[in-house]
Design a protein around this ligand. Structure first.
Ligand SMILES: [Zn+2]
Ligand SMILES: [Zn+2]
Length: 199
């Protein structure tokens, strides 16, 4: 290794980390594969700050592969440790979901917000979102029924593993909530897929 080489300098590494045609793929929780333009594949562990390339193993430097993985994660091109690639169940867009969150998942735009008025596809009526939960329809019981949201007769066409969204039926115009029986203010739990945004 001649001392006149410039690629050992930190600024050389960070420049090449940004510019070289490396490809990065996530293969484990904090594990990434990096393909160099020369065809070599190196394994990077982002949490441990380790790479299998000679630059890191023999010189102990923060090599261009480690830097490149960090850059790709920051730019949102590959999932961060603890995240995985997923597809939004409503719009089909790609997103990064928590590794612990099973499908179906929803992107930020498709997650229904509390207070939002949406359409119940089964009845075409408008309902108000109280809460978008992380619970599965086949794990949430319908109160006083003894079966789950997924097993409820009007929900059987929807994914039993779908997220549960709690809603209220809006009161007719001019009705004071104080005048209504608690029964009419009951929360209903629906699979997310049963609810649609208004066009
Ligand atoms: Zn490396
Ligand atoms: Zn979406």
């Amino acid at each position: 290794m001649s001392p006149s080489r410039t690629d050992g300098r930190p600024n050389g590494r960070s420049r090449r980390a940004r510019r070289e045609a490396m490809r990065v793929r996530k293969v484990g929780d904090a594990a990434y594969e990096v393909w160099s333009p020369s065809g070599h594949v190196y394994d990077v562990d982002l949490d441990a700050g380790r790479c299998t390339c000679p630059d890191h193993r023999f010189r102990g430097v923060r090599c261009k592969h480690l830097r490149r993985v960090a850059i790709e994660v920051t730019l949102g091109n590959v999932p961060a440790p603890g995240e995985r690639e997923a597809t939004c169940n409503a719009c089909g867009r790609s997103l990064f979901a928590d590794s612990d969150d099973a499908d179906p998942v929803y992107c930020e735009d498709c997650e229904l917000d509390p207070g939002e008025t949406v359409v119940d596809r089964e009845t075409d009526s408008l309902v108000v979102v109280v809460e978008s939960t992380d619970d599965r329809a086949d794990e949430v019981e319908v109160p006083e029924r003894g079966w789950t949201v997924a097993d409820h007769y009007s929900n059987r066409d929807y994914d039993p593993g779908d997220r549960v969204v709690d809603v209220l039926y809006p009161l007719p115009r001019g009705v004071d909530p104080a005048d209504v029986s608690p029964r009419d203010l009951r929360r209903y739990s629906f699979p997310r897929g049963r609810l649609a945004r208004r066009q």
